[in-house]
Ligand binder design. Structure first.
Ligand code: C5P
Length: 210
């Protein structure tokens, strides 16, 4: 069983994807981490973020099973990830790795921006998770503060808006719902409510396909 979860930054899709994977006994891949790993590696090597050959070389060497979520999820790396994510050759290199990961076990949950549209167009269930921008910024800022960092909601809102715009406007695999995706707006929902809604959506999509 393959489940595709897409949505903008800090929409809650990552938490939902992890919980769904545990619930259905599937593997999980946060594909944002793959773009983050490439962005972080280019920054560490003092390479330009539009150096596509260097980016592809990093992508081909990535170990998808052991991406360091704690390190890569730092807020600043999101911007580098979204800048490398516009490069078509890098996307193809990562997409083939992501598909291979999805097809190794009994099934998988992948979350990202183009999972339902490009990476797994035949997924059994597709969710597009959103929340209004102010809610997403508040959640992300609270998460940063809970790890001891400092963050103002307004600054995070500006960062997320810039990143969403770049992700939605890029030529290749832009952020958008697949035509057959279920929209889940988590504004005003706590994680338990969002999770129960997501399980209902997945079960219903599975029943419809059966
Ligand atoms: O999901 P996360 O915020 O960690 O993703 C970081 C960046 O990676 C996104 O802003 C986006 O530019 C890129 N990305 C992508 N396609 C995916 C997952 C992430 O372009 N499937």
């Amino acid at each position: 069983m393959l489940i595709a979860i897409d949505g903008p930054a800090a929409s809650g899709k990552g938490t939902l994807a992890r919980r769904l994977a545990a619930h259905y006994g599937l593997c999980h891949l946060d594909t944002g981490l793959t773009f983050r790993a490439v962005g972080a590696a280019l920054l560490a090597a003092h390479r330009a973020l539009d150096d596509e050959a260097a980016a592809v070389a990093v992508a081909e060497q990535l170990d998808l099973a052991s991406l360091d979520r704690e390190r890569l999820n730092r807020h600043g790396i999101g911007e580098a990830a979204s800048r490398v994510a516009v490069m078509p050759d890098l996307r193809s290199a990562l997409v083939s790795r992501q598909r291979a990961f999805a097809h190794t076990g009994a099934g998988a949950v992948l979350d990202g921006r183009d999972i339902g549209t490009v990476v797994l167009p035949d997924a059994a269930a597709k969710l597009f998770v959103t929340a209004d921008p102010a809610t997403r910024a508040r959640r992300r800022a609270a998460e940063i503060r809970s790890r001891g960092g400092t963050a103002r909601d307004a600054d995070i809102l500006a960062d997320l808006s810039r990143r969403d715009r770049r992700d939605a406007e890029r030529a290749v695999a832009p952020l958008k719902p697949a035509p057959d995706a279920y929209l889940l707006d988590t504004t005003g929902m706590d994680i338990e409510t969002a999770f129960r809604s997501a399980v209902d959506i997945v079960d219903q999509a599975r029943d419809e396909r059966a």
